[in-house]
Design a protein around this ligand. Structure first.
Ligand code: C2E
Ligand code: CA
Ligand code: CA
Ligand code: CA
Length: 279
């Protein structure tokens, strides 16, 4: 009866979902999303500031719900994390994304890198590194083509398991990026001894550019910091030309945001990559 597709039933279920009055139904829907093929990957370009070429594609997960439409990850990832679903969700993302990237490589249209978000919960799994290296090998992808986006917590938390994993991944050539930099209220000490290649400045600090003095100060000192540490910098959430021009002029390496491209599905991404190739 739970799987009934009767119109009344579906409507009842979706209203509950929308209002989140029935978190159990929502959670059950999420549990079934994988097997029902309702999850989908979108891709957003990271643009090299100087050449304006696509350096990487960031993989962004979507839940395409049959009645509610597209549900953004902020709505369901925290839930997946709390209820033990994140490991399988993350594993699925990794498999799908690498398979698709390998296909674009075969077509000769792939950018230099594919960037994948990793939940701290997923990273904690003892199988994470092994699964990842196997997926790279199965798809014949060079580790240096992969960028993992991790939030500060993974780097800051001084446990030896995390440290070992970060070092192992780095020694294999996988690129490690700090996502949402500046939002975690953490110290900078970890940057000194951890294998970090890249830092992503959160949209919160990009929003007020180029006018807001506080945003300018934060962005400029982050860029100086990264120059000193030989890390590359991505600015997130760049929505207009003024922001892009300012960031380029200040020496930011990569720009990501609606100004250069919204996240789009696999098909549209493929079209864009092929079109760029023939230009
Ligand atoms: P994030 O990693 O910081 O990703 C950037 C978010 O900003 C994305 O939201 C993207 O669509 C949005 N964005 C990009 N450019 C602009 C812009 O110019 N303006 C504005 N206003 N927004 C912009 P999205 O796709 O809803 O993802 C939200 C978060 O969910 C991500 O934040 C990431 O933390 C998480 N997430 C997404 N996919 C995955 C995944 O496969 N695994 C894990 N663990 N987390 C994921
Ligand atoms: Ca990210
Ligand atoms: Ca981010
Ligand atoms: Ca963010």
């Amino acid at each position: 009866a739970a799987k009934s597709k009767g119109a009344g039933k579906t409507r009842f279920f979706s209203e509950d979902l929308r209002s989140e009055k029935n978190p159990l139904a929502y959670l059950q829907g999420l549990r079934e999303a994988l097997s029902k093929n309702e999850l989908s990957l979108f891709y957003q370009p990271l643009i090299a500031a100087n050449t304006e070429e696509i350096h990487a594609l960031e993989v962004l997960l979507r839940w395409i719900h049959p009645t509610l439409g597209t549900i953004p990850p902020d709505h369901f990832i925290p839930l997946a994390e709390r209820h033990g679903l994140m490991e399988s969700l993350g594993h699925w993302v990794m498999q799908q994304a690498l398979k698709q990237y390998a296909q674009w490589q075969k077509e000769g249209v792939a950018p230099a890198c594919i960037a994948i978000n990793v939940s701290p919960i997923e990273f904690q799994s003892e199988y994470f590194v092994g699964n990842l290296l196997k997926a790279l090998e199965d798809n014949q992808i060079e580790p240096s083509c992969l960028e993992l986006e991790l939030t500060e917590g993974v780097f800051v938390e001084q446990n030896s398991a995390n440290l070992e994993k970060l070092n192992e991944l780095s020694s294999r050539g996988v690129n490690l990026a700090i996502d949402d930099f500046g939002t975690g209220y953490s110290s900078l000490a970890y940057l000194k001894h951890l294998p970090v290649n890249q830092l992503k400045i959160d949209r919160a600090f990009v929003k007020g550019l180029p006018k807001n003095q506080a945003d300018k100060a934060i962005v400029e000192s982050t860029l100086a910091l990264c120059r000193g540490l030989k890390m590359s910098v991505v600015a997130e959430g760049v929505e207009n030309k003024e922001q892009a021009d300012y960031l380029r002029q200040e020496g930011c390496d990569f720009i990501q945001g609606y100004f250069y491209g919204r996240p789009v599905d696999t098909e549209q991404t493929g079209l864009r990559l092929r079109k760029l190739k023939t230009q």
